[in-house]
Design a protein. Structure first.
Length: 295
């Protein structure tokens, strides 16, 4: 059975941003700490997971979900501290360098991005296509819990730990496919998708179903009469349909992907290391090429 490792690039790059420390590594007066940290993380993942196939899933800068719900992820980058904004200014240009230069230069073939779609959609599509493979999804995005099976497991790049179907059932007392209902009813705070909220009496007082209530309802069937009435109201039903289109993976219209063999270019790694002044990589190229499967 083939093992596929799918890297959620956004999740991994943000984990690397925080783990490497601001401004600790630079070359020619340009910060390179995220780029170097990403290469270290990639080396670690391939050693730890030992996949037969490797996929990089990248978010599109545009969002089809915003056409359904304009406030989708609207405030995600707002309300940050000055220190957080400073770190982002150093890190985000490196994110672009990794996506636009480093990964293409390394020569890996399974690099997928789709206009208007998210890495989650690409991951969901591959998981639903390659049902006879073992799949390790490198991400800490809880939206992906709905994809877990006895063959699909997540690997959190922040803490370097697996999270599988048994961990999910133990924590949430439900099966992974039920997680879609939790997201539909309770919303998703990180993506700014609101839970079901209805003014039942027309007095401006809104009945809201949040994540905790949704988990309890899906896992135990318990929900207050008022919140159940909100769910079954006409406004509630419309919000349910809206949320389904936002949170269920993959987004409708997501294409299928053909995943090819894991291999890349060893000359590419050398060029990357030379460009960014990574002397430790240049001094151990043969070992790096072997681990990264570069030929």
């Amino acid at each position: 059975m083939k093992r596929i490792c799918i890297i959620d690039m956004g999740s991994v790059l943000h984990a690397t941003k925080f783990s490497m420390g601001k401004g600790k590594l630079s070359h020619n007066d340009k910060p390179t700490f995220v780029i170097y940290g990403f290469l270290l993380k990639l080396q670690f993942l391939l050693t730890k997971i030992r996949p037969d196939l490797l996929v990089f899933a990248i978010d599109s800068p545009n969002s089809k979900r915003k056409k359904i719900f304009a406030a989708y992820k609207e405030k995600r980058h707002k309300n940050k501290t000055e220190e957080q904004n400073e770190l982002d200014k150093l890190a985000y240009p490196q994110f672009d360098e990794i996506k636009n230069y480093v990964i293409p230069k390394l020569g890996y073939s399974n690099v997928f991005s789709e206009d208007g779609l998210e890495a989650d959609d690409i991951i969901g599509s591959i998981c639903k296509t390659y049902t006879n493979s073992e799949i390790v999804v490198v991400s800490n995005d809880g939206d992906l819990y709905q994809l877990l099976t006895d063959k699909i497991v997540m690997f959190d790049p922040r803490v370097n730990q697996y999270f599988g179907i048994e961990d999910f059932i133990k924590k949430y007392k439900m099966q992974p496919p039920d997680w879609k209902k939790v997201k539909v009813y309770g919303g998703c705070t990180t993506d700014e998708v609101p839970g079901i909220r209805v003014d039942l009496d027309g007095n401006g007082k809104t009945t809201v179903i949040g994540k905790d209530a949704a988990i309890k309802y899906v896992s135990e069937g318990n929900l207050s009469d008022k919140k159940l009435k909100a769910l079954n109201s006409e406004k509630g039903k419309k919000q349910i349909q809206r949320n389904k289109s936002l949170v269920i993976l993959p987004f409708r219209g997501t294409p299928t992907y053909e995943v090819s063999s894991l291999s890349g270019s060893k000359t590419g790694l050398k060029e990357v290391a030379q460009k960014y002044g990574f002397k430790s990589i240049l001094g151990d190229l043969n070992n790096w090429n072997r681990i990264l499967r570069l030929m």
